[in-house]
Design a binder for this molecule. Sequence first.
Ligand SMILES: Nc1ncnc2c1ncn2[C@@H]1O[C@H](COP(=O)(O)OP(=O)(O)OP(=O)(O)O)[C@@H](O)[C@H]1O
Ligand SMILES: O=C(O)c1ccc[n+]([C@@H]2O[C@H](COP(=O)([O-])O)[C@@H](O)[C@H]2O)c1
Length: 213
Amino acid sequence: MLGGTFDPVHLGHLRSAVELHEALGLDRVHMIPAHVPPHRRAPGVDAARRLAMLEAGIGDTPGLVADDRELRRQGPSYSGDTLASLRRDYGARARLVMAVGADAFFKLHQWRDPQRLFELAHVVVIDRPDHRQALPAEVNRLIAGREVDTAGALFARSAGGVLHLRLPSRMAISATGLRERLAEGRSVRYLLPRAVEDYIRVHDLYRWQELSG
Ligand SMILES: Nc1ncnc2c1ncn2[C@@H]1O[C@H](COP(=O)(O)OP(=O)(O)OP(=O)(O)O)[C@@H](O)[C@H]1O
Ligand SMILES: O=C(O)c1ccc[n+]([C@@H]2O[C@H](COP(=O)([O-])O)[C@@H](O)[C@H]2O)c1
């Protein structure tokens, strides 16, 4: 699972998903837009259109799936509930991974019931060149004894491990930066897929009125 607000999806997300798929030998990567993101302001663009951009961005990319399961739930889109739903689909013995960027991982202690996340899945942390801070003590306590160095060690069990990955194509691209560029009328070419750029233009998204900060 690679969950996100995807407001909008960009090449930092998509290239990370492709490289995760390859590096970990995953069957597939479920990219799951948050319907109601639990810990941030409501996005300016609704979940249906963020999903449509994700579908356009993924296109026919092997191994990547745009998954609408959080749009089918009401209330805050807690990741524990999403992982429980994936666990029901794949079964108790499946090895599940929740991938998060370094910025999201630094706040893991603020998520709802973080211990439950480790009962349901492994956590793989993707390095982001634009987010390098020391890990808060609360997160260090949460992951104590869980860190492993290789995918092989991670997949010896079905859940509960933590692996830090430095993917080859690290990209300093953020949705915040893209929204700012779009609001200012600056180019976003080569930062997101052309199909997503076209969707944004046709639907007239991210003008300054819609900038969700
Ligand atoms: N360039 C990137 N490289 C690796 N991971 C990323 C990158 N951008 C986002 N992610 C990760 O993808 C997930 C979804 O990210 P999200 O949709 O919030 O994008 P974002 O660019 O961080 O957005 P925003 O700037 O609005 O916070 C998070 O786990 C995030 O850390
Ligand atoms: O479950 C939680 O409490 C929780 C708190 C914050 C973030 N998340 C999830 O983390 C993923 C990345 O979030 P974000 O805000 O960086 O797009 C996305 O799938 C969110 O739903 C989940």
